[in-house]
Design a protein around this ligand. Sequence first.
Ligand SMILES: [Zn+2]
Length: 223
Amino acid sequence: MPLVSEIILNNPLDFKEIYDISAPLNTVPAYPGDRPYFREWMARLDEGNDYSLSAIAFCSHAGTHLDFPSHLLKSGRCQEQYSLKRFIIPAEVISVPGEGPILPSSLQGCKIDKGQALLFKTGNSKKRLMHQVAFSEDFVSLSLGLAQLCVVMGVSLVGIDYLSVDKYGDDSLPVHGTLLENDVLILEGIDLAAVPSGRYSLICLPLSIKDAEASPVRAILVR
Ligand SMILES: [Zn+2]
């Protein structure tokens, strides 16, 4: 008898490619000031207990996560005010060279449909920044001009491969503000190192936490 997991491997939905773009929570950096991921073993089989059991604590912005408008806006929408359809959408992965903030010109020649996601693959993925516990201040972020263009084009979600769409040290968070004020969700902390540029379906489901202003997700791309 084959294991159930073997049956599933051969199987049904027939995606040719599936990419996990989430970073393991155990080894992600925490944004300065955030509470780092923490796990405590309550019981362990290898210590003679009858079962293994652990308790886990993390910031709502830990690792690969979604930001909702209520992160910055008093009357902004939070997690449960979105239909699950918002988290299962077409997405374009766009490779961006260089170290500076991503400019509007990065969208040149890219066909963008209203309601889709844009995920930016930068040097952050190449440097594997989401797999290093030490926080890097020197990461590629979005320019304000690009955020404004995303709003104009009706993009529903913008993703970046490190912990913020805003440049480190700019506490006025202009890029966050522009996107969230216009109901564009922000997916931060993705890892696109193994993902070729191009068109996919994005699935990134937040945890079911009432009033959540952000939530870790398991994000995948399929096609
Ligand atoms: Zn965040």
